[in-house]
Design a protein around this ligand. Sequence first.
Ligand code: ZN
Ligand code: ZN
Length: 141
Amino acid sequence: MTQPMNARCLCGAVTFTATPKAMEMGVCHCGMCRRWSGGVFMAVDCSGSVRFAEGAPIGSYKGSAWGERIFCRECGANLVWQTQNGEHQSVALQAFDDPSAFKFTSQIFIDRKPESYAFANETAMMTEAEVFAMFMGEEGQ
Ligand SMILES: [Zn+2]
Ligand SMILES: [Zn+2]
C-alpha cells in the first residue's frame, strides 16, 4: 500500500488526492480513451481512494453503461476514469506531480491501437476480448 499522492488538473482549479495500488502505470488504446484523451489514456489504478477538494469544479461524462469519465470543467483536463459504481478508479498519470515515479507495466485494448505508432517499453499486453473476459471473471467472484 502506498501513500495518498497529490494530483491536479491543468489550470489548478481541481486538486485531489489518490492512493496508487502500486507504483505502476498502464495505457489504454481503446477508441473511447483515445478520443477522450487526445492521445492514449495513461492511468494509475487508485481504486476507492480518489478524494476531490471541496468545491472542485469537476464534470462527469458517462461514455458507456458502466464507465464514467471525470474532467475539470474549467480547463477540460481529463482526470479519472471510473466505473459508475465507483469500485474501480483509474487516475490520469499526468495529473500527478511526478509521472516518472510510476513504472509502465501494461497496455490494454492493444488490438485497438492504430498501426501508426507503438511504445518501445516492454509491457504486458491484453486485447479487448481478454480485458472483457477479465472483468467478467471479477464480477463472477
Ligand atoms: Zn482545470
Ligand atoms: Zn480505454
